[in-house]
Design a protein around this ligand. Structure first.
Ligand code: SF4
Length: 148
């Protein structure tokens, strides 16, 4: 079981961060759609410097794409000591607004995801994390990963 009690295939040190910086070797997880939500790709594509250079020509890649790389736990400023603080804050904000009201009820179905078996957020919060995940834009200011 993962940290949140949800079934996981990964060992605790093998979780994937679903909101990682755009760096060579990272996986392209999803792209921002016209509805303002991240649409996950069906296949994980590893990006290289050439791809990132082309993407930077239109601004920070993280502003319109989401990347994944291994969870850095205590090496990440978002690590609370036992969990990822990003998804905790996102879900708390959405729960204040009302998940269902925002059209984010997990029973509406999970979108496909290439990293669900090892996702840190899914391990912590299960399907509700996936519902909230589509609204997260990685924020690279000061090296942090703030939710949109
Ligand atoms: S929270 Fe859900 S949709 Fe988002 S990356 Fe993790 S498993 Fe995929």
């Amino acid at each position: 079981m993962g940290p949140g009690g949800f079934p996981q295939a990964a060992r605790p040190d093998q979780y994937a961060c679903p909101s990682a910086p755009a760096e060579p070797g990272a996986g392209l997880l999803g792209v921002l759609g016209p509805d303002g939500r991240i649409a996950n790709l069906r296949l994980l594509m590893q990006v290289d410097e050439e791809f990132l250079q082309a993407a930077r020509a239109k601004g920070a890649p993280e502003s319109r794409m989401r990347f994944t790389s291994p969870c850095q736990t205590k090496r990440c400023s978002q690590w609370t000591g036992h969990s990822c603080g990003v998804i905790e804050r996102v879900m708390s904000a959405l729960q204040d607004r009302g998940m269902a009201e925002a059209g984010l009820a997990p029973q509406q179905g999970l979108q496909p995801c290439t990293i669900r078996a090892t996702c840190r957020w899914y391990a912590q919060a299960g399907p509700e994390a996936c519902a909230a995940c589509a609204l997260v834009i990685t924020d690279t200011r000061e090296g942090t990963r703030e939710p949109a």
